[in-house]
Design a protein around this ligand. Sequence first.
Ligand code: MN
Length: 130
Amino acid sequence: MEHIASDRIAWEPAPEEHFTGSAWFGPLAPPATPESLNTLGVMFAPGARTAWHRHVEGQVLYVAYGAGVVANDQGGRVEVSAGDTVVIPAGEVHWHGATPSTFMMHLSLTTGGPTEWMGEEVDDADYLGG
Ligand code: MN
């Protein structure tokens, strides 16, 4: 087995071109091959969220801390909190982030398929919903 202690996780600021607000991510374990499981931790400050994107092979999100929102471009929107899981189908255009007043950390589980960014940030109207 390999124990990866928390101080070995290479947290880095999430790139501004793909995120609104302050977010950090860190790979939790190195994938053995390009096709294998990618385990990524993502921390969002209040108000922070991804830009619109999709995952060619889908994504599983597990909320480890705090509360947030996951929404797609078909009007689907869920409020999530620690302990929740969200399964995002392959190719579904969506975003995820913290609520305006809480931090959120989730685990992102994806296989080797790439993330495709739609080139559009989540504006405040979409972020706040309604
Ligand atoms: Mn995603």
